[in-house]
Design a protein around this ligand. Structure first.
Ligand SMILES: Cc1cc2nc3c(=O)[nH]c(=O)nc-3n(C[C@H](O)[C@H](O)[C@H](O)COP(=O)(O)OP(=O)(O)OC[C@H]3O[C@@H](n4cnc5c(N)ncnc54)[C@H](O)[C@@H]3O)c2cc1C
Length: 325
């Protein structure tokens, strides 16, 4: 088993950060096990030679380009399965995200491969890859080894760091893929930005962050109202972005973004260490939590014990009244 094929997702002429992290990780690991670091890209005319070759800056030495619909799972499964079979790659690596999960699962079934999802780290051992995966609600980590010809590794979103871009270039190879009949049944109707994705939370001076205590996706309306009144932005914990309540782009923490705003108001957030590392440098931390023993109070400047459903709307009203709007 050697050689790592990493899927890279692009949109409007750029690869996304999560994919660049996976390509960087694939290159690092391929060097350690002595295999080729390759990337797979699927899309239309916007996949120019230059764009594909730019993955060489992140360590890929070869980029396979398939002309097929972009942003859908099944065409990518067809393309990756062909390349893996034809050129004998031992591993397929994904940065995570919903599309990565879907492609990885499809590829696993197609190749009868072994798969590990939610991987937070990968190490090389005796020329093979070992995936680390948290279990039991993230309280323990297990090592997963692969047997057989192919191992599929699906990372958690942003689990892999993007390497500082170098000046490498990758060979671009066009792949002629015969799509399966079922792979052409889904069509992309619309591709756009997610709720909240237009705001750069790393630059915001005031952040209203929501956690599982909001109860449901609609609970974020309370955070958006307060953030709107304050002129700030909304952030989130991993628990809620994993649940699909808010976009991944808003996630703060170890596998999300690191922020240091003037005010970080945490509503319904327990304050797990993996969240803390992404926001502990905030100038002022205010926490609202109904549990007086919530860990977040240990590092908050101001703690409010109570129900966020009552407190957030009152706070929004008060801010609006103070600002005359
Ligand atoms: C490798 C790894 C990486 C991770 N990376 C991240 C990361 O980047 N970012 C991250 O956030 N997490 C990360 N996690 C997950 C982290 O461990 C926690 O599981 C997560 O932060 C918990 O999110 P939460 O606070 O929203 O939910 P919970 O821990 O469930 O907390 C919900 C809180 O809401 C309170 N609450 C409930 N109802 C109300 C109410 N009506 N009013 C007020 N308070 C209420 C509860 O008392 C509780 O404290 C990672 C974990 C691992 C293992």
């Amino acid at each position: 088993m050697s050689g790592i094929l990493t899927y890279a997702l692009h949109h409007e002429g750029a690869f996304n950060k999560n994919s660049l992290g996976a390509v960087s990780e694939g290159a690092r690991l391929a060097e350690e096990i002595g295999g080729q670091a390759a990337a797979m890209v699927v899309g239309g005319d916007d996949l120019t030679d230059d764009l594909c070759a730019s993955l060489g800056n992140y360590g890929a030495t070869k980029v396979y380009r398939a002309r097929a619909p972009e942003g859908l799972a099944q065409p990518v499964v067809d393309a990756m399965a062909k390349v893996i079979k034809d050129d004998g790659y031992g591993y397929a690596l994904f940065g995570g995200g919903l599309l990565g999960f879907e492609i990885g699962a499809g590829l696993t079934a197609r190749l009868s491969a072994g798969v590990t999802m939610e991987v937070t780290a990968v190490k090389a051992q005796d020329g093979r890859l070992v995936a680390e995966r948290p279990i039991l609600q993230d309280t323990a980590i297990v090592d997963v080894e692969y047997v057989g010809d192919t191992g599929i590794i699906i990372g958690r979103l942003n689990a892999f760091d993007v390497a500082a871009p170098g000046d490498g270039t990758a060979e671009v190879v066009d792949v002629d893929v015969q799509l399966e009949e079922h792979s052409t049944r889904a069509v992309m109707v619309k591709r756009g930005e997610q709720r909240g994705a237009d705001v750069n939370i790393e630059d915001a001076e005031l952040l209203v962050a929501g956690g599982r205590g909001l109860g449901k996706s609609e609970g974020f309306d309370l955070c958006e109202d307060l953030a709107g009144a304050l002129g700030g932005a909304v952030a989130a914990t991993r628990a809620v972005v994993d649940a699909g309540w808010y976009p991944y782009a808003a996630q703060i923490g170890q596998t999300g973004k690191t922020v240091a705003p003037k005010l970080y108001l945490a509503a319904g957030i327990s304050g797990a260490i993996q969240h803390k590392v992404g926001m502990q440098s905030s100038e002022n931390i205010v926490a609202i939590n109904k549990d007086p023993n919530a860990p977040i109070f240990e590092y908050s400047d101001l703690g409010v014990v109570g129900d966020l459903n009552k407190i957030l709307p009152k706070l929004t009203e008060a801010v609006k009244a103070k600002r005359g709007g």
